[in-house]
Design a protein around this ligand. Structure first.
Ligand code: BES
Ligand code: MN
Length: 454
């Protein structure tokens, strides 16, 4: 093991250069303009898996973006770990808020700044390099490894889900290892055991059949923006309670053990508020911040469009308005049922004088995995060794829709060995990843392989 660790240390600068190259490919999955970059990026990942010692690699084309697969299965009788990650990244806008170009990685204060630096290129590259270090020092791995690096996580993994259903044998494993979440704090080794799910809706409100002069018509006919705003405000009350009938029916409360764990984590509300520059925190009454983030569902308007938003004034009474609204879900809520309840309520509160259309966009189920498994223990030991202190266990507020499919369809525990920080600006300008995490993450990955092989 010492050889692997010192090999990782010795080659650290080369890994940063390779990560920079990975990051320079603008693999934005939502953007049709970047379709070819997705292919380039998939090829890049495949080549890296080969270089890391995988003796079979393959690119699986899908209706969307390609899935990259690699395996090395020459440790008979040893467990198999499936390492999952995604090579697609979020769009970069608003581009003017970036301090350096999003696809030209820049290193500042021991952090690497670029789109995808954390989410998820930096985090999945860690595992490719730890595997490579085993091959370059021992010529083999102490267990079997499969990699699945997809290009559609940021759009809800529609094609990986289909792929999984038909490729259970190929992906069969004893545990799924994923680094695509956050550590509890800088340098705090963390293993997460839960993710929230997501129901994403788009609503359209139509008033008159065309845009009108707000003087000639204002006061005689409903303004769809006013009406939409009123409807949105009826979705959630001032105590953070979502008003959709039946919304909370399937919510599973945290266990005593989990609540104890939260107490021990001693979350600092004041520091959190200060970092976000808000006077006080706000959320569902009766729950603490970590409960709200990990175990309570939420409803947020993510965007609202309508009328005139250009320079200066334009006295228009618009014909249409629309909004995107997402709900984070917790066990045992499902995006299907929540989507239906949302639509029923939204239609119910719509006044007669407007037309309403409701569309469900992609979603994902929430997941909580048992804390007792060999893989979970191996991960806890691994990060603790790498970061030099005791591991904490967290749930996450974010979503990785494919995880629940791994758990249910492959019947394997999913281990969320996150290396990011919530302050890394993922999905936002100036995304970055701590090089300390990058470095210790490779070491943690190597320890996981060693521990899980036992
Ligand atoms: N890596 C994130 C998820 C994440 C971030 C989990 C931080 C925990 C902490 C992932 O790439 C992501 O952004 N997922 C989306 C999923 C959605 C687009 C279906 C999300 O959570 O919004
Ligand atoms: Mn993301």
């Amino acid at each position: 093991m010492d050889k692997v660790i010192s090999y990782l240390k010795d080659n650290y600068n080369d890994y940063i250069d390779e990560l920079k190259e990975y990051i320079s490919i603008p693999s934005i999955s939502t953007s049709s303009e970047n379709k070819n970059d997705m292919k380039v990026c998939a090829d890049f990942v495949k080549a890296k898996l080969e270089a890391a010692g995988m003796n079979k690699t393959e690119i699986f084309e899908t209706e969307g973006h390609p899935i990259v697969y690699g395996e090395w299965l020459e440790a008979p009788g040893k467990p198999t770990v499936l390492i999952y990650g995604h090579y697609d990244v979020q769009p970069v806008d608003p581009i003017d808020l970036w301090d350096s170009p999003p696809f030209e990685a820049e290193i500042k204060d021991n952090k690497i700044y670029a789109r995808g630096a954390n989410d998820n290129k930096g985090q999945n590259f860690v595992h490719i390099k730890s595997v490579e270090a085993f091959f370059n020092t021992h010529g083999k791995l102490p267990l079997n490894v499969k990699f699945i690096i997809e290009g559609e996580e940021e759009i809800g993994s529609p094609n990986l889900e289909k792929f999984l259903a038909t490729q259970k044998e190929l992906l069969k494993c004893d545990a799924v290892l994923i680094s695509d979440t956050s550590m509890y704090g800088p340098g705090i080794p963390t293993v997460s055991y839960g993710l929230r799910g997501l129901a994403f809706m788009e609503v359209f409100v139509t008033g008159p059949n065309r845009d009108l002069h707000s003087g000639s018509f204002g006061g005689s006919v409903a303004n769809p923006i006013n009406e939409l705003a009123r409807m949105i405000s009826r979705l959630i009350d001032e105590n953070g309670v979502i008003q959709i009938p039946g919304f909370y029916d399937d919510v599973v409360e945290m266990t005593e053990l989990e609540l104890d764990n939260i107490k021990k984590l001693a979350f600092d509300d004041d520091a959190y508020a200060k970092e976000l520059d808000v006077k006080e925190l706000h959320g569902e009454k009766g729950f603490n911040t970590l409960q709200r983030l990990w175990a309570r569902p939420t409803l947020d308007c993510n965007g609202i469009v309508g009328g005139y938003t250009g320079e200066g004034a334009k006295t228009v009474l618009p014909s249409k308005a629309s909004a995107k609204i997402s709900m984070r879900l917790v066990p045992n809520q499902t995006p299907e049922k929540i989507g239906e309840l949302f639509e029923a309520y939204f239609r119910q509160i719509a006044p007669e004088h407007i037309k309403v259309e409701v569309k469900a966009l992609h979603g994902g189920k929430p997941v909580v995995v048992p804390l007792e498994s060999k893989a979970m223990s191996a991960a806890a030991v691994a990060v603790s060794k790498a970061f030099g202190r005791e591991t904490v266990f967290t749930r996450e507020g974010g979503s990785i829709p494919i995880v629940v499919e791994f758990v249910e369809q492959l019947e394997a525990p999913a281990i969320l060995m996150g290396l990011g920080l919530d302050t890394d600006n993922i999905h936002s300008p100036n995304e970055h990843f701590s090089l300390e995490s990058f470095h210790q993450g490779m070491i943690a990955s190597a320890y996981f392989i060693e521990e899980f092989a036992k």
